[in-house]
Design a binder for this molecule. Structure first.
Ligand SMILES: NC(=O)c1ccc[n+]([C@@H]2O[C@H](COP(=O)([O-])OP(=O)(O)OC[C@H]3O[C@@H](n4cnc5c(N)ncnc54)[C@H](OP(=O)(O)O)[C@@H]3O)[C@@H](O)[C@H]2O)c1
Length: 241
């Protein structure tokens, strides 16, 4: 299988890329940090699969799309695209520019890439889009309101496209991935986390969800129950979190 992972210079995306290349897949990875892409490529060059790199900033949709097409040319075609790129305001910043960056990356940038990849897969006749949302998308949180809202957008956006694929009988799968707390640079220094798993562990669960073409996957799976409770709890409880 040929994979593109958008946002694979650290954390979950990097761990997934390494796992896939070691499994013998061809993988194209992107991110804004060109040097980091180069060092990841060097680290796994000996693995059985192929790795290709492409600098990409998803907040610049036209350039990002050119980068995607360059990756597609290098790979020959892309079967599975993992939209993993994201930023947070976990440090609790409510500054206007920080919130705008979160929305611009996680919602606007995500949608711009998702829509174009979906159309590309329609032309191709098949494809699998995997979007990394979050358990945080199930509920607002005072410390990261913009982040939670952006992930709610991601999940609902993908649900709409999953319905579209079904209605139009397109051979396109859409997987909504909802991680809980994962130990990555994004959560560095964050306190009060629980059920934390490593990026490698998260990548294993993610790979399993992709292979099973799941519509929705909680990582680790135990978050599914917590997710159900969060979704159904009345406002008088959730407003006191
Ligand atoms: N860690 C958690 O607990 C957790 C929980 C739930 C969901 N998630 C989600 O999981 C995904 C991966 O996060 P992570 O924890 O692995 O964090 P991370 O290590 O900070 O990785 C984020 C990735 O996104 C890329 N990225 C950020 N902005 C980008 C942009 N404008 N254009 C292109 N790439 C961009 C980064 O690459 P560059 O910096 O090189 O651009 C990096 O590769 C995110 O969508 C995050 O919201 C994480």
């Amino acid at each position: 299988m040929n994979y593109a992972i958008l946002g694979a210079t650290s954390g979950i995306g990097e761990a997934l890329a390494k796992l896939l290349v070691r499994e013998g897949h061809s993988v194209g990875i992107t991110g804004r940090r060109t040097e980091r892409l180069g060092s990841i490529k060097r680290e796994i060059e000996e693995a059985p699969g192929e790795i290709y790199i492409q600098t990409m900033d998803i907040t610049k949709p036209d350039d990002a799309w050119d980068a995607y097409l360059a990756l597609e040319t290098a790979l020959g075609h892309i079967d599975i695209c993992v939209l993993n790129a994201g930023v947070s305001n976990y440090q609790g910043s409510r500054a206007v520019d920080v919130e705008a960056r979160v929305v611009q990356t996680n919602a606007v940038g995500f949608a711009a890439m998702f829509r174009r990849v979906y159309e590309r897969f329609e032309q191709q006749g098949w494809g699998h889009l995997v979007g990394v949302s979050s358990v945080a998308g199930l509920i607002g949180y005072y410390d990261s309101a913009a982040y939670c809202a952006s992930k709610a957008f991601v999940s609902n956006y993908m649900q709409g496209y999953r319905q579209l694929a079904r209605r139009s009988h397109a051979l396109i799968h859409v997987t909504d991935v909802r991680p809980g707390y994962i130990d990555t640079p994004m959560t560095e220094g964050k306190r009060n986390m629980f059920w934390v798993v490593s990026a490698d562990e998260a990548a294993k669960h993610l790979f399993k969800a992709i292979r099973r073409k799941k519509a929705r996957a909680y990582i680790p799976p135990r978050w599914m129950l917590a997710g159900w409770v969060l979704r159904h709890a009345p406002a008088w409880i959730t407003d006191r979190i």
